[in-house]
Ligand binder design. Structure first.
Ligand code: ZN
Length: 301
């Protein structure tokens, strides 16, 4: 059955690309939910934990008024308009098309729906297609798609909240190590050393910066994200990703400062630049390293 599907996909690349694109758009729609809800779920968990901790600490004091916590996860409650509460129907949930048909407005109250939703869907579709074109109809493609989707969610969550949730970074890290163990990616030794080198590279930058300036330039989520790329691409790629992320970061920071006209102490998340740089390295890292060696290194030697 699975082999038949693979055979069809190999013989008809257009079907394969089409399927991946449509699937990517649908996943993009789901990622919108993750990007919006995961930080809220995390915050609710922290509040709960703090309450429990304080209730234990202050036994003689009355705990805060207990209210039955409402179920809130990725599937419950159903998506609704934040203004009028209109529940979004299945027809209104078709990636991109629904937004265009509704002309970016809620069908209940005409409250504008952010253009970011269709853009995230479009981006997920486009990046999924790029992965499919790069690796073709193989098992590896599916794994790299999972990595890509995780990175999209992380990028937008970090932009919104300055958080890189463990709920996404850690599974991506384990998956990267497993892919190497399964023999589908780089050698396992490169992956394990890569995860350590990735984590420690930014960890040392963080502590160097903190000892020198007393400021915190990034967070622990950033170290974990570098570990993810170390595990997927190997320790050899860590330096390239660091270099690329500073480039991407510099471009974004200049653009953001220019657009917002904020002071130079504006907090800017670092995670999105690592994610973008890492994804570029995933697709084109080998050719970039090769190009460098061919054109600069070997000539110098
Ligand atoms: Zn509405």
């Amino acid at each position: 059955m699975f082999d038949d599907i693979i055979a069809v996909m190999v013989n008809h690349p257009t079907y394969f690309y089409g399927t991946v694109l449509v699937f990517g758009l649908i996943i993009g729609s789901f990622l919108n939910v993750v990007i919006h809800r995961l930080p809220i779920m995390m915050e609710k968990d922290w509040v709960c934990e703090c309450r429990e901790y304080l209730a234990k600490e202050l036994v003689d004091k009355k705990p805060a008024e207990e209210t039955e916590p409402q179920v809130y996860n990725l599937s419950v409650p159903r998506s609704a308009c934040p203004k009028c509460g209109h529940k979004i129907t299945a027809l209104e949930n078709i990636p991109i098309i629904s937004w265009l048909v509704l002309r970016g407005k809620c069908s209940g109250c005409a409250n504008p729906i952010s253009i970011r939703y269709p853009l995230v869907e479009l981006l997920t579709g486009a990046l999924s297609l790029a992965v499919a074109i790069n690796w073709g109809p193989t098992q590896v493609t599916l794994l790299y798609l999972v990595l890509t989707w995780g990175l999209i969610a992380l990028t937008f969550i970090d932009f919104d909240t300055m958080l890189l949730p463990d709920e996404i970074t850690l599974p991506l890290l384990w998956l990267g190590l497993l892919v190497a163990v399964w023999g589908l990616g780089i050698p396992p030794t490169d992956a394990i050393v890569g995860a350590c080198v990735g984590y420690l590279s930014l960890w040392s930058v963080y502590w160097g910066f903190k000892l020198a300036t007393g400021k915190e330039g990034m967070g622990y989520g950033d170290f974990k994200l570098m570990a993810v790329f170390g595990a997927w691409l190997g320790w050899q790629s860590v330096f390239l990703i660091l270099l690329l992320s500073s480039f991407v970061g510099a471009i974004f920071v200049i653009a953001i400062l220019y657009a917002q006209k904020k002071g130079k102490n504006t907090q800017v998340p670092f995670g999105p630049y690592i994610a973008i740089a890492g994804w570029i390295a995933l697709l084109w890292g080998d050719s970039m390293i090769e190009f460098y060696l061919q054109n600069y290194f070997y000539q110098a030697v």
